[in-house]
Design a binder for this molecule. Structure first.
Ligand code: HEM
Length: 138
């Protein structure tokens, strides 16, 4: 199985898992907000239900970037919004984002193992690199 397929199968499993009636993206944001005061302060005025649904939609563009190597308009707009000129999301915060995500996958995917972890890291890497690079390139 390719890392693409391993990722897809794991993504399906985490979307269908709801331990304690908390869905995957909600659990992710709980962890991400708890990962650092720098993160929680940025979301202090945010409607988190809307935020979860926006992230879920934008996830598609992140994943598509790994497969196609082409940036779509959704990803370009998100990168601009997060850049120094707009939300000013410093690049190191994406590492907290990724580690919070992996730790959520670990708890939500019953088949989690090293291959699954590596698949998530590989699939998300190009999108995260693009977002970090965009910090001061708009
Ligand atoms: C690849 C990683 C990320 C993706 C795909 C992503 C995606 C998004 C999306 C889709 C939105 C909503 C945009 C809109 O309202 O039109 C958003 C908003 C936001 N993101 Fe991210 N994000 C990422 C990483 C981060 C990181 C690392 C931070 C740092 C704390 C962050 C902080 C924010 C903030 C503060 C908002 C605005 C919330 C508000 O409207 O109050 N994001 N993000």
């Amino acid at each position: 199985m390719s890392f693409d397929d391993i990722f897809d199968a794991s993504y399906d499993r985490v979307l269908n898992a709801e331990p304690d009636h908390v869905d995957f993206f909600e659990a992710f944001y709980q962890r991400f907000l708890g990962s650092s005061p720098q993160v929680s302060v940025l979301f202090r005025h945010t409607d988190m239900a809307r935020q979860r649904s926006m992230l879920k939609k934008s996830f598609y563009s992140l994943i598509a970037f790994y497969a196609s190597g082409a940036v779509d308009n959704v990803l370009r707009k998100i990168a601009y919004l997060h850049s120094e000129r707009e939300l000013n999301i410093q690049p190191y915060l994406y590492d907290l984002w990724l580690e919070s995500l992996i730790s959520t996958v670990r708890d939500y995917d019953p088949a989690f193992d090293d291959e699954v972890e590596l698949a998530w890291r590989l699939v998300l890497s190009p999108g995260i690199t693009y977002m970090k690079f965009g910090y001061n390139h708009f």
